[in-house]
Ligand binder design. Structure first.
Ligand code: FES
Length: 110
């Protein structure tokens, strides 16, 4: 059975959360975003300089328009696409991690 990241009910619409997962045997921090019943996940690694995007574990900056802002140098990402729309890595994207919602749990996809 694939790893459970978080329960769907624990996610607030449009508010990124952080979850830990083992990916290829390595512990990774993920950004998890809920949009209605859909959930998207990305590695918590900025394509600009490889830093985490949160300023403290699980604390993400959002603009008023709902863009996710990297705490290191301010790159802004559209959600749920993960595309960088402004800042030093404009045009790059967060690395997507496939997840699925199963009986109210968000899991890594098989
Ligand atoms: S590491 Fe994210 S903007 Fe530089």
């Amino acid at each position: 059975m694939s790893q459970v990241l978080v329960s769907l009910d624990a996610l607030v619409e449009g508010q990124p959360s952080e979850a830990e997962a083992l990916i290829d045997g390595e512990p990774e921090s993920l950004i998890v975003v809920r949009t209605g019943e859909r959930v998207d996940a990305f590695l918590n690694v900025c394509p600009h300089a490889g830093r985490r995007l949160d300023w403290a574990p699980g604390k993400f900056l959002l603009t008023r328009e709902g863009l996710l802002v990297c705490a290191a140098h301010g790159a802004s990402f559209s959600l749920p696409s993960g595309e960088c729309v402004a800042g030093p890595c404009k045009g790059d994207s967060l690395r997507r991690v496939d997840v699925q919602v199963d009986a109210g749990d968000v899991r890594l996809a098989d």
